[in-house]
Ligand binder design. Structure first.
Ligand SMILES: [Zn+2]
Length: 84
């Protein structure tokens, strides 16, 4: 079984519920993973240069590599990614 650490916190918690319900992990292991999930820092990704980094606190104003203030903006066609 692989850990789905590429999921965001909410998705990871849902995945943990699935694993727990399936009896694949003991409850204390699930609780430990859930606590770890709450504390982990989600790596940020720059849409401009592709740089990945871990934020120290909150979202930065610019990408630390290319200094783009639009690192968290989609480059094009935002309509296609609009949430329902
Ligand atoms: Zn960048």
């Amino acid at each position: 079984m692989e850990l789905k650490m590429n999921l965001n916190k909410e998705e990871f918690n849902q995945w943990l519920d699935t694993v727990k319900d399936a009896g694949k992990l003991p409850k204390d292991a699930v609780d430990k993973l859930r606590a770890m999930n709450e504390q982990r820092v989600i790596p940020l990704y720059c849409n401009r240069c592709g740089h990945n980094w871990k934020p120290r606190n909150g979202d930065p104003k610019v990408c630390p590599k290319c200094n783009s203030p639009y690192w968290n903006k989609e480059r094009q066609n935002p309509e296609q990614r609009r949430k329902i």
